[in-house]
Design a protein. Sequence first.
Length: 435
Amino acid sequence: MRRVIVVHREAVVLLPVPDPCTRNGSKITRLPVTVICGFVGAGKSALVQKVVAGWASGRLAVLVHDRSDAGLDADLCRSLGIEVFRLGEVLAELTQRCVGCSLRDSLANAITAIADMQRFDRVLVECSGQVGPVLVAEVFNDAWENHEPLASKAWLDHLVTVVDGWTLWDDLHSEDDLQTRGVSCGTDDGRTVSELVVEQVEYATVLVISKTEGLSLGKQTRLRSLLETLNPEATILSTVEGLDVVGQIVNKRSPASIPISFQPGWAKLIQGAPMPTIQSPYWAMGAFRATRPFHPQRLWELIESDWRGILRCRGYFWIASQPERCFSFEQTAGVRHFEYVGDWWAATPQAQWPDDDEFQTQLKECWSVEFGDRRQTFGWIGYRLDVSSWRRQLHRCLLTPSEILEGESVWRRFDDPFARAISHAHAREDDGDSD
């Protein structure tokens, strides 16, 4: 039986930032930053070495978590005007700040310190395998919104993810958590391998496939199709492409004033945006939309069933027993979870609604007479999936016309496994706090 994980945390939203070339009408010069992410063993250090070897001009600062693991030739770096820093060293030696601060603060402070040296043309950051790109993007977004020093000194130019051509498919299907693999950030890190790998793929401007040697043409094609559907907007390269990879990583985006934004495949499917055409009968993708509520017990049973062929599914839903609540749902081939993210506007007093025209327009577009803005929206990507069967299973979870007529007073008395799961999760959190 698959695990159903209840997550209690604020939903992550990547906000677009203002034009990064100006602040209050004044032009500012900032240091471009390329960040390289990827799961443990994906080949990040090898890519950094390739960038160093292909570095042509200007001064480059390379920021790594551990200098000994970078495998960089010190003499070569010096001859090319490249300086290598370890994250802790930058904080301790250059800023005299506490090395024990959070990773988010460490990264922001380290890049700020390097920018303050005013002798580099670019910073190349190699993150550890446990780091997700959402955290990195938030470092820059938060700095700009909160007027922190980093915002006026550096900007995120490229967010690169390296994927292992041999292991990505299996990692995506894995139910292992990071603790099982021995690569978690600590005892409180409950993420799974598939969750982290998918995040690293979906939130990147450039995807670099490593270790493709020996992979059959069919597996390489399947791998590229997977990446194209998960992240349609990313540039996809292979390490065998040599200098082309280096150029994509170190050349500024054009125009550089456009902030990085992310729209993974599932989000495009929900919004009806164009998706890449995959020339294979095995791939299927689409969206499920409905306004009727789900029956909580029937939906729970579907979530716990075998999702054969579904690689990725994400979206928002509502259940009849909790009609005021909006839940988000996220699934990779290996694990799935849901979380309560807020109340629907239909269940919120109008006095609390925003009064701007944009909100009113968006609300009108999704409003139905019967249920207001409450709706089911899922984007899904499948491989060797029986699409008709999948849609039938989702439709069976919706309330029937006769159940709709029973009304909310009856709905609220439906057996609700979601409410029990949330209650149990809160109880575990309370027990943990009391230890």
